[in-house]
Design a protein around this ligand. Structure first.
Ligand SMILES: Cc1cc2nc3c(=O)[nH]c(=O)nc-3n(C[C@H](O)[C@H](O)[C@H](O)COP(=O)(O)OP(=O)(O)OC[C@H]3O[C@@H](n4cnc5c(N)ncnc54)[C@H](O)[C@@H]3O)c2cc1C
Length: 355
């Protein structure tokens, strides 16, 4: 059996970032991703990020689809609030970004296996973990960094515990054409009848438009109907050949560590409960996980107490902030009064920029 210091499961933004940082720190690192590069299925994601995210891991300009200068927030009762974005937001081409990030892990020295579907994680001897793939190959690692996203089947027990109001189910389409909603290139509708318990968005950057809608799991059965009504309403086209993809966004934090393992990004519910943005937190948690893994390997200590440092890092740097946002979310989606208060407190709550 091949033996590693660390095995990272999942090659999304969190996993590739964790594997890059582990390999850069000199750890013998394995990254396992179930998608194969040749048939890479793009994750439905609008790719909106802050400049901070781009700087954090030096994302090249070639990965960007465009920039966004302003956003219009539309309240459940249809009141509009327009904001200039300072600094501007950027839009990533998610497929190119994911593949670039995977290559970055490889270049840093991680062994990257794609088409590698992990089906079982077991506790082995000497505090090590055994990882088994669908094709029965097995590996051993001192630390596991779990980055399988919101839809993980490996952590099924945990996913089944998501309550209906802790997860959004989203439908999204990317259209090779620039649409506007009135004069606007980027708008987000909160709640109301358009997106019960969630939000709907339209972004136009250059020649591409992204339209999406997310609702809490309570409304899952109406998702596609609501999505098509939103498309009809915003871009005023009856029939477009839309390729609709669906995906989950967790809006509540979950367990993030235990003896011999750390959980990052969407898998640990690290997303913004108001806008669903998770790329920054996925990358950051991946980098923090690598720091703690490095200390764990060097000290030959993968106890729960050691792994808790990761939880503390994340809590101080962004999880406490995300917890406050969750409290705020409940009120914003219900009334205009609250959205006004939220908008007035923009700076206080770091609506547009998390430094
Ligand atoms: C519709 C939609 C729009 C979004 N828009 C934005 C946005 O504009 N801005 C933003 O910041 N965030 C956005 N997000 C959120 C963002 O996409 C996620 O927060 C981000 O992808 C989380 O990264 P991750 O690495 O944690 O998980 P993922 O990106 O889900 O990656 C998980 C990886 O693990 C792999 N994997 C899973 N199980 C296994 C297994 N058993 N074995 C091996 N590999 C496995 C998967 O194939 C995948 O590559 C959006 C999400 C959705 C659904």
């Amino acid at each position: 059996m091949n033996v590693y210091d660390v095995a990272v499961v999942g090659g999304g933004p969190a996993g590739s970032s964790a594997a890059s940082s582990c390999a850069e720190a000199g750890l013998k690192t394995l990254l396992l991703e179930k998608r194969s590069v040749l048939f890479w299925k793009e994750k439905p994601c609008s790719g909106i990020v802050s400049e901070e995210t781009v700087r954090l891991i030096g994302i090249p300009k070639g990965m960007l689809r465009g920039r966004i200068e302003e956003v219009v927030l539309i309240s459940p009762r249809n009141h509009r609030y327009r904001f200039l974005l300072e600094p501007q937001w950027l839009v990533l081409d998610r497929k190119r970004f994911d593949l670039w990030n995977l290559d970055r892990a490889k270049a840093a020295g991680a062994e990257v296996l794609t088409g590698a579907n992990v089906v079982s994680l077991k506790k082995g001897n000497n505090g090590r973990r055994t990882i088994v793939l669908a094709d029965r190959r097995a590996f051993s690692a001192f630390v596991l960094v779990l980055c399988m996203g919101a839809r993980s089947t490996l952590l099924d027990h945990r996913i089944h515990r998501w309550r209906d109001n802790e997860m959004l189910i989203c439908a999204q389409s990317t259209i090779d054409k620039a649409f506007r909603f009135g004069e606007d290139l980027f708008c987000i509708h909160f709640g109301g009848k358009i997106a019960p318990g969630g939000y709907a968005w339209l972004i136009s950057t250059g020649t591409v438009s992204i339209v999406g809608l997310g609702v809490t799991l309570t409304h899952r059965k109406r998702l596609i109907d609501l999505f098509h009504s939103f498309v009809k309403r915003t871009i005023k086209v009856d029939k477009i050949d839309l390729k609709v993809q669906t995906a989950l966004i967790p809006i509540s934090l979950r367990e993030s560590y235990g003896e011999g393992y750390l959980i990052t990004g969407d898998c640990a519910g690290m997303t913004d409960p108001i806008f669903g943005g998770g790329l920054l937190y996925a990358i950051r948690s991946g980098i923090y996980a690598a720091k703690v893994t490095n200390a764990s390997v060097r000290n030959r200590d993968n106890s729960e107490g050691m792994m808790r440092d990761y939880y503390d890092f994340c809590w101080t740097n962004f999880c406490s902030y995300l917890t406050n946002r969750r409290k705020l979310r409940t009120s914003i989606y219900k009334s205009d009064q609250d959205i006004e208060a939220f908008v007035n407190n923009t700076k206080q709550f770091g609506l547009f920029y998390v430094s």
